[in-house]
Design a protein around this ligand. Structure first.
Ligand code: ZN
Length: 254
């Protein structure tokens, strides 16, 4: 098996995506898997969709990708305005020759996929696009939450969606280990793992650097990559429909 990069939640941040793509090229990664939310919040949805469409072997549908096509249900005001602006950038028109190809790609994204026996979803196995599995759920899980989630896959499930990188283990006494506490490569050791690969374009684990994960012959390793946050921030501030808070949060990773 060649090296596979698993990335998620790019959110239209081309500088972050480009930094990750060059990092994984440098590391000899042969395949890219994307867990969704290519767009939303960020200033470069078209370029990010083109990169992922051309490079990823599998791309899962995220809640923002879904909102492009089906409406922004349950989105707050900032996210809704952003996705409506994003839709105007991506909507197919005769004047934009590649827009139909892009739109069809987005319309056909699967809700989940299997790869090497692992389950790939954006949110969680029981609600693929929408459910947030958060570190705080470990202390006070809704009844049956981890039992149901862990029953839905045999070994490893890769997710994104929360933008918080780390690993959930152990059904009976769920634990969360944040990416910051994981030093170097790790392996599957026989008990199920729900692995959140973090976010490329809008991390929310107090580390502003783009996050992704590489799988290499069963060994997995997180990578964090620096990129020009200022450049992305300038682009966000230049678009009236993208709230300034979306630029500010990139600097702190919150
Ligand atoms: Zn997201």
């Amino acid at each position: 098996m060649a090296k596979v990069a698993i990335l998620s939640d790019i959110h239209g941040n081309l500088e972050a995506l480009a930094a990750v793509l060059s990092d994984l090229e440098h590391r000899g990664v042969g395949e890219i898997v994307c867990l969704g939310d290519i767009v939303g919040y960020g200033p470069d949805p078209v370029a990010c969709v083109d990169e992922i469409r051309q490079r990823a072997s599998v791309t899962i549908c995220g809640n923002h990708d879904e909102a492009l096509l089906r409406g922004a249900l349950g989105f707050n005001q900032v996210a809704r305005r952003a996705i409506e602006w994003t839709r105007r950038q991506l909507r197919p028109t005769l004047l934009r020759p590649r827009s139909l190809v892009r739109w069809r790609f987005l319309a056909n994204l699967p809700l989940s996929a299997q790869r090497f026996g692992w389950l790939l979803v954006h949110g969680s196995p029981r609600d693929p696009t929408s459910e947030y599995v958060l570190p705080r759920h470990v202390a006070w899980p809704p009844p049956g939450m981890f039992e149901e989630i862990f029953a839905a896959f045999p070994t490893i499930c890769f997710v994104g969606h929360t933008h918080v990188a780390g690993i959930f283990t152990d059904v009976s006494e769920p634990r969360f280990t944040p990416q910051s506490e994981i030093d170097g490569p790790f392996e599957f050791e026989g008990s199920k793992m729900l692995i959140n690969v973090g976010s490329v374009g809008q991390p929310r684990d107090r580390d502003w650097r783009a996050c992704y994960l590489i799988v290499d012959e069963g060994r997995m390793e997180y990578h964090r990559v620096e990129y020009s946050v200022e450049r992305t921030q300038r682009k966000i501030r230049a678009v009236g429909d993208l709230d300034d808070s979306l630029a500010e949060r990139l600097a702190t990773g919150e």
